[in-house]
Ligand binder design. Structure first.
Ligand code: ZN
Ligand code: ZN
Length: 554
C-alpha cells in the first residue's frame, strides 16, 4: 500500500508483510482486539523519531537528585528528568512504584506519560561492570577507557563508538576484536592499523580501504592477502619503508597522505553492500542474517525490516539498538532479551510491555517508567490481572480517540535536545531547523575558545609531557581540548602526531565518511543489473553487484 509521509511529504510503501505483522501483534484486552494503525510517517521519519530518544555520546555535569552531589550524566542539568547514580538506581533506597498514578481520560496519554517521566529518577549513565572509565556511557565490561560509548569488552581505548573486544584504539568506531587502531572504522581482527576502513585481518597498514588479510600496505584499496604494497603496487620491503617514511615524518605529510587517500577511495570498487553470509537481505553492514530488509548494522538476525543495530534478534519492524535474543517488537529502541514489547525505550529481560521505558525484568505493563521485577502495572501503579486488562482497554480506547494509539513517543518529550542524540548523527539538522520544528536544541556547554599558545611539534618524537598540561585549540572549530596521558602514550607507540582537531570534529568527519542509512535503486557499474545500495545513483563511485565485485577483487 502506498502512503505519503505526514512529515516529509515523501511517498512510502507499507508492504503486505508489514500489515500482517501489525495484525499479528495487535493486542486483545477485555475481549477487544486493538488493531495498530498503519504508519503515517516514512521509515526514515520513524527512525528519526526513535533515535531522538538516544544520547549515547555526550556527558554533562548534573546533580544527583537524591544527595544533591554533582555527577556526570547523559542528561543535561537543565533537562526535565531527575538523575541518580547507577548504583542508587538499582538499590532499594527507592521504588518506582511509589510514583504510581491514575490515567485520566480527559488528558492526552503522552502528556500524562511525560509528567511521570519528570518524577521517576533515571540512572545518570548507562554503564555495566567497568573499571576506571568515569567518562563513558553505554559501555560495559571495559577498563581504562575515555569517552568510549556503545561498546563493550574494551581496554585502553579513547574516543570510540561501537567497539567490541578492542584494545588500545583512538578515534575509531565499528571495530571488532582489534588492537592499536587509529582513525579506523568498520574493521575486524586488525592490528596496528591507521586510517583503515572496511577491512578485515590486516596489520601494519596505513590508509587502506576494503583490504583483507593484508599487511604492510600503504594507500591501498581493494586488496586481498598482499604485503608491501604502496598505492596498490608491489614494492620491495626496503622500497616500501623508504616511500612511507617521508609521509610519516610529521603532521604535515600525514595530512598529505590523507588527501591522496580520500582521492583513491573515490576511485575504488565498492560492493553494493557490506553483506556477509546473508539470505534475502537489503541494507548495509549485515552479517549472518536472513530476511532482513532495509536493515543496517545487523548481526545474527532474522525477519526484520527497518531495523538499525541489532544482534541475535528476530521478528522486528522499526527498531533500533536491539540486543541479546530479543524477539517480536515494533517501534522500539534499546532492548536486551525481550519478547513481545512494543513502543518501548530501554527495556531489559521483559515481555508483553507497551509504552514502557527503563524497565528491568517486567511483564505485562503499560505506560511505566523505571520499574524492576513487576507485572500488571499501569503508569507505575500496581493492578490485579483483571483490572489491569480493563484499565489498559480503557486507555487504548482513549488513545484511539486522540490519535496517539500506534504512535511512538513524540520527539517533544525526549529528555535530550535533538543535537545530543543519534538523530543528529543520521538526520542532521541546523539549530534553526530544529527550533522551527519546536524541538529542543542544546547549547554547546564547551564554549571555551582560548587561542592556543603552545606550539605543538609536528613530529611525535619532539612532543614532551608538557603537552598534557596545555590547552589546545581545534583547527576546525576553535574549541579547546586536551590530550590525555593514555592518549599520548598511544600516539608515541603508534608513531602518530598530535591531532590538531578536537575529538568532536574528528568524530563528525569519521561519521561523514559513512553512507547514510538509505537505499537507492542503481545499476551495477559493470554488468548493469539492478542493485539496491546506499550509494545514490548520481554518486561517481564504482558500485558493483556481488558477482562483479568478486570477479574484480579476488
Ligand atoms: Zn573542533
Ligand atoms: Zn554486476
Amino acid at each position: 500500500m502506498k502512503k505519503v509521509c505526514a512529515i516529509s511529504g515523501k511517498k512510502f510503501e507499507v508492504s503486505q508483510e508489514e500489515q500482517d505483522f501489525l495484525k499479528n501483534i495487535a493486542p486483545t484486552f477485555e475481549g477487544e482486539k486493538f488493531d495498530i494503525p498503519l504508519p503515517e510517517m516514512s521509515p526514515e521519519e520513524r527512525a528519526r523519531q526513535r533515535v531522538s530518544h538516544r544520547n549515547e555520546q555526550f556527558l554533562f555535569q548534573n546533580k544527583n537528585s537524591f544527595s544533591g552531589k554533582p555527577l556526570l550524566s547523559i542528561y543535561r542539568p537543565d533537562s526535565e528528568v531527575k538523575v541518580c547514580s547507577r548504583e542508587e538506581w538499582f538499590s532499594d533506597v527507592w521504588d518506582a512504584i511509589d510514583f504510581g498514578r491514575d490515567f485520566e481520560n480527559t488528558k492526552s496519554f503522552f502528556n500524562q506519560y511525560h509528567e511521570l517521566q519528570k518524577e521517576v529518577p533515571y540512572a545518570a549513565t548507562v554503564t555495566v561492570n567497568n573499571e576506571n572509565c568515569p567518562y563513558a556511557t553505554s559501555l560495559g565490561e571495559s577498563k581504562n577507557c575515555f569517552l568510549v560509548n556503545s561498546s563493550d569488552y574494551c581496554e585502553d581505548c579513547l574516543y570510540g563508538k561501537l567497539l567490541q573486544h578492542c584494545t588500545s584504539t583512538i578515534d575509531s568506531s565499528f571495530g571488532y576484536k582489534s588492537e592499536l587502531l587509529y582513525e579506523c572504522f568498520s574493521v575486524e581482527n586488525c592490528y596496528d592499523c591507521k586510517w583503515v576502513y572496511y577491512s578485515q585481518g590486516c596489520h601494519d597498514c596505513w590508509f587502506c580501504d576494503d583490504c583483507r588479510g593484508c599487511h604492510h600496505c600503504f594507500l591501498c584499496t581493494n586488496l586481498v592477502k598482499k604485503e608491501y604494497y604502496f598505492m596498490n603496487e608491489k614494492v620491495s620491503r626496503e622500497e616500501y619503508e623508504k616511500r612511507i617514511s617521508d609521509f610519516l615524518s610529521d603532521h604535515k605529510h600525514i595530512l598529505k597522505a590523507k588527501e591522496i587517500f580520500d582521492a583513491l577511495r573515490k576511485k575504488r570498487i565498492y560492493k553494493y553492500a557490506r553483506a556477509v553470509n546473508t539470505e534475502n537481505c537489503t541494507g548495509d553492514f549485515i552479517i549472518n542474517a536472513k530476511n532482513c530488509l532495509d536493515c543496517y548494522d545487523m548481526m545474527g538476525t532474522e525477519d526484520c525490516r527497518y531495523v538499525q543495530l541489532a544482534v541475535e534478534s528476530r521478528d522486528m519492524f522499526d527498531c533500533s539498538n536491539i540486543y541479546d535474543r530479543s524477539e517480536l517488537s515494533y517501534n522500539t529502541l534499546g532492548t536486551m532479551n525481550t519478547f513481545n514489547c512494543h513502543f518501548c525505550l530501554y527495556i531489559f529481560f521483559c515481555s508483553d510491555l507497551w509504552y514502557c521505558e527503563q524497565c528491568f525484568s517486567c511483564k505485562n505493563c503499560f505506560g511505566c517508567v523505571g520499574l524492576r521485577n513487576k507485572q500488571y502495572c499501569i503508569f507505575n501503579k500496581q493492578y490485579k490481572k483483571d483490572s489491569y486488562e480493563k484499565e489498559v482497554a480503557r486507555i487504548i480506547q482513549s488513545m484511539q480517540k486522540t490519535g496517539e494509539w500506534g504512535q511512538f513517543f513524540p520527539i517533544e518529550i525526549s529528555p535530550f535536545p535533538y543535537n545530543d542524540t543519534v538523530a543528529q548523527d543520521y538526520f542532521p539538522l541546523t539549530q534553526k531547523e530544529v527550533l522551527e520544528k519546536n524541538w529542543r536544541w542544546g547549547e554547546d556547554l564547551n564554549k571555551n575558545t582560548h587561542p592556543q599558545t603552545y606550539d605543538v611539534p609536528g613530529k611525535i618524537t619532539d612532543v614532551t609531557e608538557a603537552i598534557l598540561k596545555v590547552i589546545l585549540a581545534c583547527h576546525s572549530c576553535g574549541k579547546n581540548y586536551r590530550i590525555q596521558p593514555l592518549e599520548l602514550t598511544l600516539y608515541r607507540k603508534m608513531k602518530l602526531p598530535i591531532p590538531q582537531e578536537c575529538p568532536h570534529c574528528r568524530y563528525k568527519k569519521r561519521m561523514d565518511l559513512r553512507n547514510s542509512r538509505k537505499l537507492f535503486e542503481r545499476k551495477c557499474g559493470n554488468c548493469g543489473i539492478e542493485i539496491q545500495t546506499t550509494f545514490a545513483p548520481e554518486r561517481s563511485e564504482k558500485v558493483y553487484c556481488e558477482k562483479c565485485y568478486l570477479d574484480c577483487i579476488e
